[in-house]
Design a protein around this ligand. Structure first.
Ligand SMILES: [Zn+2]
Length: 225
């Protein structure tokens, strides 16, 4: 038994760092949770990084507050500094960066503070991503997730939750316009970013057909790469 545990610890030590790059609704969150649970990954989601570093007592923190209060994107150099601070908390541990880079400049900047990583690009076509996003419905009571655009994920009795019988609000919070903006941003930036990582020989493209499928594709890459 002891032997097995030791082997497992060794394995965890050798995990590759990972940059998860994907359009909206590609299932990044689910994959991050699975890798965190199974391999002890530390997930640095860029939104969370900025929230953690938002602090009136530091220069970086003040710059984050200023841009967020104005409702503009936080400048690339500030995001990089914030990320560097967060990375320092996990020195020597396996990391997943999610939600970053957003553009080719950020991709190049990341190489000044991060190494020993591979990039997994989860691919999902716009129409499918749109259905996943706009059709999503949560039960307000038990939190069961449905999707009205997919028969196997739809509630069986109209607007009533299968599990707890509560009335579902089938109007999605996500609107089409905001989805399109997010997907457009991705599409504009993806070619240069993917090219950059492909030329470095560290890019793996995985079709985001299901979380099981994606997990099975990623697992051998992070262990052996
Ligand atoms: Zn319910």
């Amino acid at each position: 038994m002891l032997k097995v545990i030791k082997k497992r610890e060794k394995e965890l030590d050798n995990m590759k760092n990972l940059v998860l790059y994907a359009p909206p609704a590609a299932g990044k969150g689910t994959i991050c949770e699975l890798l965190k649970k199974d391999f002890n990954y530390n997930v640095l989601s860029i939104g969370q990084v900025l929230r953690n570093q938002r602090n009136p007592e530091t220069e970086v923190g003040r710059a984050i507050i200023e841009s967020q209060d104005k409702g503009v994107l936080t400048p690339d150099d500030i995001v990089l500094k914030a990320l560097k601070e967060e990375l320092a908390k996990f020195e020597g541990k396996a990391i997943i960066i999610e939600g970053y880079p957003r553009n080719i400049e950020q991709a190049k900047m990341l190489d000044t503070i991060f190494d020993n990583y591979i990039v997994v690009n989860l691919s999902v076509e716009r129409e499918l991503a749109k259905k996943r996003t706009l059709g999503r419905v949560n039960c307000p009571k038990c939190n069961k997730i449905y999707n009205v655009y997919f028969q196997e994920l739809s509630p069986k009795n109209g607007e009533i939750c299968d599990v707890c019988g509560s009335k579902l609000n089938i109007r999605s919070d996500d609107n089409e316009e905001s989805f399109n903006v997010r997907y457009d941003v991705y599409e504009q930036n993806a070619p240069a970013i993917l090219d950059y990582y492909n030329n470095k020989g560290i890019l793996y493209v995985v079709d985001s057909k299901s979380s099981d499928y994606v997990y099975n594709q990623i697992e051998p890459l992070i262990k052996n790469a």
